[in-house]
Design a protein around this ligand. Structure first.
Ligand SMILES: [Zn+2]
Length: 269
């Protein structure tokens, strides 16, 4: 799969986590190949695995990777954790108000950790019934606005690269508010779907300098492979579709989104 990605021109792949176990697995996988990087964190649908030690456990995973160890694990192992994620709000799968309150609380704690270790956040946001706008967007905007204000007060480097709203499925207004907070937006397979005219309209109005392309693998496989398992090589189809929408070339989209990702995650261009 990595080989197919490289052949399709994909230079770097970020592996997001769902909870502690997959955070460790993502780090291990990232260390096994130079093109791979890891995010660590607790996804909002996995909070039955969250407990009072979880933040400390995540910190324990990250701290050994923060400073290069002379004579240590070598260039491949260093700098392999580049983000905190996926973290965020999922009001699609989770309906109970106390569990949604827990999602908000855990999100805030993980944003604080992101700030402490100077890693951007990969943020998941899903509305009840997959609406374009609703309570998840409202709550998320409030939380990331507060966090960004705190970053500004501290003159924190994450002010310039706080994170990405991954596989973005919100409306144009929320996107613009997130961009005003210096967030990026992740574009996935649905942009290629026949009935996604509204989504393409939104993406048309967003600056390329703020877009990332991603799989959300194994889900959301782009046309023409829709229905199969998604994989990194397929982001090329997303680049093609964005090029069409923005009336430019695949090469231009690839170049810009590669630079965007490098700037956000702090890896080489
Ligand atoms: Zn997600």
């Amino acid at each position: 799969m990595i080989q197919r990605a490289i052949e399709a021109g994909v230079t770097r792949i970020l592996i997001p986590a769902l909870e502690l176990e997959s955070s460790s697995a993502a780090i291990k996988l990232a260390e096994s190949h130079q093109n791979l990087y890891a995010a660590v964190g607790f996804h909002p649908t996995e909070l039955d695995k969250w407990n009072e030690s979880s933040i400390e456990n995540l910190r324990g995973l990250i701290l050994p990777h923060l400073t290069p160890t002379p004579g240590g694990r070598g260039a491949q192992g260093e700098g392999k954790i580049v983000a905190i994620g996926e973290i965020g709000l999922d009001y699609y799968w989770v309906k109970e108000s106390d569990k949604r309150a827990q999602q908000r609380e855990v999100l805030k704690q993980q944003l604080k950790l992101a700030q402490e270790v100077n890693k951007p956040a990969v943020i998941h946001m899903r509305e009840e019934n997959d609406a374009w706008f609703g309570q998840a967007s409202i709550d998320l905007l409030e939380i990331i606005s507060e966090w960004h204000a705190e970053l500004r007060t501290k003159n924190h480097p994450l002010v310039e690269r706080p994170g990405v709203l991954h596989s973005y499925n919100g409306n144009l207004e929320t996107a613009r508010k997130a961009i005003a907070l210096n967030f990026h937006l992740g574009v996935t397979g649905p942009v290629t779907y026949k009935n996604a005219e509204e989504k393409r309209n939104i993406i048309k109005q967003l600056p390329l300098a703020r877009l990332l392309i991603e799989t959300d693998a194994p889900f959301l496989t782009p046309v023409p492979h829709r229905g199969r398992r998604n994989e990194p090589a397929f982001v090329a189809y997303i680049a093609d579709k964005i090029a069409e929408i923005h009336m430019t070339t695949r090469e231009q989209v690839a170049e810009i989104t590669t630079v965007n990702a490098a700037r956000l995650f702090g890896w080489g261009g």
